[in-house]
Design a protein around this ligand. Structure first.
Ligand SMILES: *Cc1c(COP(=O)(O)O)cnc(C)c1O
Length: 426
């Protein structure tokens, strides 16, 4: 029987504990697991049997979350890891080699722009930044060494929605996986695999956990990409020396990427999610749909109010009719455009800083996707490392603040903004 999203967010991956009957998934606070005997241990180490060896690789609490994430995204499998940034490396690691590149959207979370434009160079990887709405530019950027196309479904923070159907078609024609960061949308608002994406990455730190308690990341694989056909993905198609020449794609089929992520990625990169964090994240996901509905409702009210305010130059929220991406809400995230948007103030940089300092209910933090409403001046913080051109492309120009609308009473949020905008205008 196919359950609805609201049922799956509570039940997927979680069974009563086989040892005790505990209804809530226990936190398996253990590093290692006793082998039945030497033969059992050998079978586990050879990947001939699936089971628990050591918590850098697998842990029952984390496994329950992985199953829940795979189910909610409609994927074949998922690997959880220690943060959203870890998930991005874990997603690219099996695809890339020194000299390879990934074509990425300019409209990304600031930390991702830095990770892709600077840090991955140390692995010999390159990111080619393109306007993800420009199909010709994407095609021109793809070369023989390209291994993936990467974008955000709803971009953080600029209110841009990617045309996932068109991008998936383009990627498919080029024989490349489309990797979508679905952090801002969550699987409640957008399911990239249904639009043709191969991999979905998440910072679970944000809306999935939903209350600003832990960091976590996840890579979900659709299970439908042919890793062998092009010969471009030898980590998945060719013999793996560390496992006696096992070929992941041939052996594990649709679970090849997931098994590789655990057996090689977590084993050797070690960006493991701990069971406590998995527990908090699963508690959060139990109420995901309810929270996302309220995040969207509140964001629409507050963004609509701000748009009319005399101190405001413009608001980029795809849920507003004035947004050039409003049409894509219907096709890509029909339940709503999320809780994130940016506001440009006529008073520029100084007014932004004053606004942030004058708010009482909003918290000035670098996080987003919390039950609490949050604000940040991206140009002086999260997007500080970027060039002015990169800031503008990412929707984080100096006259812009990023707002993450919480699930409080929308009228209280509007009242707080009203008093702070008055102070900022002085
Ligand atoms: C926060 C965020 C990340 C990075 O996630 P961390 O958990 O902070 O490592 C990546 N992408 C998006 C869209 C984000 O909002």
């Amino acid at each position: 029987m196919a359950y609805g999203f609201d049922t799956l967010q509570i039940h997927a991956g979680a069974r009563p504990d086989p040892a005790t009957g505990a209804r809530q998934t226990p936190i398996y606070q253990t590093t290692a697991y006793v082998f039945r005997d030497a033969e059992h241990a050998a079978a586990l180490f050879n990947l001939q049997e699936v089971g628990y060896i050591y918590s850098r690789l697998t842990n029952p609490t984390v496994a329950a979350l992985q199953e829940r994430m795979a189910t909610l995204e409609g994927g074949a499998g998922a690997v959880c890891c220690s943060s959203g940034h870890a998930a991005q490396i874990m997603a690219l690691f099996p695809l890339m080699q020194p000299g390879c590149n990934v074509v990425v959207s300019t409209r990304l979370y600031g930390g991702s722009v830095t990770q892709f434009s600077q840090t991955i160079k140390r692995f010999g990887w390159e990111a080619k930044f393109v306007d993800i709405d420009d199909a010709d530019a994407i095609r021109a950027a793809i070369d023989d060494n390209t291994r993936a196309i990467f974008c955000e479904s709803i971009a953080n923070p600029g209110g841009h929605i990617a045309d996932l159907d068109a991008l998936a078609k383009l990627a498919d024609k080029a024989g490349l996986p489309l990797v979508v960061d679905n952090t801002s949308a969550t699987p409640y608002l957008c399911r990239p695999i249904e639009h043709g994406a191969t991999l979905v990455v998440h910072s679970m730190t944000k809306f999935l956990t939903g209350n600003g308690t832990v960091t976590g990341g996840c890579v979900v694989d659709s299970g439908s990409f042919d890793w062998t056909a092009s010969g471009k993905f030898p980590s998945l198609s060719e013999p793996e020396p560390a496992y006696h020449g096992l070929k992941f794609h041939e052996t594990f089929g649709p679970l090849a990427f997931t098994f590789h992520g655990i057996a090689v990625g977590l084993r050797d990169l070690g960006m493991t999610l701990n069971p406590q964090a998995a527990h908090y994240t699963m508690l959060g996901i139990e109420t995901l749909s309810l929270r996302m509905q309220r995040h969207c409702e509140n964001a629409e009210k507050v963004a609509g109010w701000l748009e009319q305010h005399s101190a405001v130059d413009h608001v980029t929220y795809a849920g507003l009719r004035s947004s050039p991406y409003n049409d894509r809400v219907k096709t890509t995230c029909p339940k709503g455009a999320g809780g994130l948007f940016t506001v440009a103030l006529k008073g520029g940089y100084d007014a932004c800083v004053k606004l942030v300092d004058s708010l009482e209910l909003f918290s000035h933090v670098a996080n987003l996707g919390d039950t609490r409403s949050l604000i940040i001046h991206s140009a002086s913080t999260t997007h500080r490392q970027l060039t002015p051109e990169q800031q503008k492309a990412a929707g984080a120009a100096p006259d812009v603040v990023r707002i993450s609308i919480g699930i409080e009473d929308a009228n209280d949020l509007i009242a707080d903004l009203e008093q702070a905008l008055a102070k900022a205008a002085r």
